[in-house]
Design a protein around this ligand. Sequence first.
Ligand code: ASP
Length: 571
Amino acid sequence: MHYRDHGGLVFIDLRDYSGILQIVFDENIDKESFKIAKKLKNEYVVSITGTVRKRPEGTVNINLKTGGIELLAKSIQVLNACEVLPFQIDEETEVNEFTRLKYRYLDLRSKRLKDNLIFRSKFTHLIREFLNNKGFFDIETPFLTKSTPEGSRDFLVPSRLNHGHFFALPQSPQLFKQILMVSGFERYYQIVRCFRDEDLRADRQPEFTQLDMEMSFVETKDIISVTEELFAFILNKLLGIKLERPFKVLDYDEAMDKYGGDKPDTRFGLTLINLTDIFIKSSLNVFKDNIARGGVIKAVCFQNGSIFLSRKDIDELLTLIKDFGGKGLAWTKVGENNSLEGGISKFISDEEKNTLIARLAAKNGDIIFYQADSKKVVGNVLGRLRLHLAKKYDLIPKGILDLLWVVNFPLFEFSEEEKRIVSVHHPFTHPAKNDIDKLEKDPLSVKSDSYDLVFNGEEIGGGSIRIHDPKLQSKIFEILSISPDDAKLKFGFLLDALSFGAPPHGGIAFGIDRILMLLRNESSIRDVIAFPKTQKAYCPLSDAPSAVKDIQLKELGIKLLETAIKNIKSE
Ligand code: ASP
């Protein structure tokens, strides 16, 4: 509530969830109300009756939805007062996030956060409307369950009735949704909370919301089609956008090769170009030796880079590259008549120069950045450099919704950490049909029947066709070095279910918080979640997690370690 006191008139901005309305108290209409109005403070709760009228000419506020009208008050009742605020609502000044989260109910009164949550509500409503009309059933799955092997750390819940035993909060409903297919539901969805005990980044929360879907008797193309229809429906209803369909489809290998990552931002160029063959005989030992070791040389060509980057900027990039995991960064500028200048130009022969300029379609004023290392490092470093340059020099066109599928992921990868083959998605992902006979001899070359949806360079969803044949599933466990006993222990209930006439099935899950963050142009998913936690997975509003009484621990059969007790005492 804002108020402006003009002689004989008091003006108040009254806010409810839908916006702001100007109220006028006129001393000549009701003296008592006028007196009360003069004493009102910010954020008081009031009930006012009066007459809505057009604002007098010259006082119309075109920036406000209700800027053409006002309420002439006849009476007012103060329903509640408000303490001095820890920060002003809607004020853009820097208030630290801890304080904002501690008083989340106040921050949620701000227009930005309120609009985000109302948008969220409409978004999930439209998901339900669309999927219900398509014959999907909304079925809940348990929160107290056994851990699902999604690869992250589980949140554990001790069992009071079974000392020494723990539930895990689900990382996703993966196993249960597959079991629902075995039960014959054919089309399932759920807007569901998932829990992963990971170190947090701006777009991660310990609990987050997925749109989880599963369908029977489908192939990849069916999942892709229903997803595209869903997004087209929602974005049209919510934002009036007509999405172009079908969405682009990029092969995983191509995404890695051209963009250095599996969630490429294709709204701008700066693609990675392979120059390895050009530099086989390079006079630059770093290049030559790297190729001899089996490494690659790739470059990105920053069009008109000379306009954007000074020599100092280039030097700064060299430091940044080390953060990206690169050893160094070679560069050259392109001068007149296809010449190369600066950086490593004097080590590049005329023949090498002509071929690389043609391959990169480089022109006068461009800057070329080269990276020589293993394929993995080069992709990662140049992929990150590409994003860095695009963000820093504003190369990303605004207002574009770039939705694309990445398909044909490898089924497995080798984990250096665990020194064994692991699943890229999860162990229930179906291998690509044409690759099944390569499972024994060359498992790392096998592709999977899986797909990720990428939106403006962020992965917003992913899924796969599942294995429904118990024999094939056992083979996969074998390759993953999961013994039959171990498999039985971890997810025997799914394996049992699959042996009772499971239909072919597949599904997908989308990160709702992340999608909303992108659609609302926010930089953190916390801004689209009503009660999020801090980066340290703490809730300042409720002070969770917190210590519990000894009796509670005793009931659970749990004793704290000395270090934990010390930690509590030091608080
Ligand atoms: N359960 C997977 C996930 O949470 C998605 C899926 O395969 O449907 O990422």
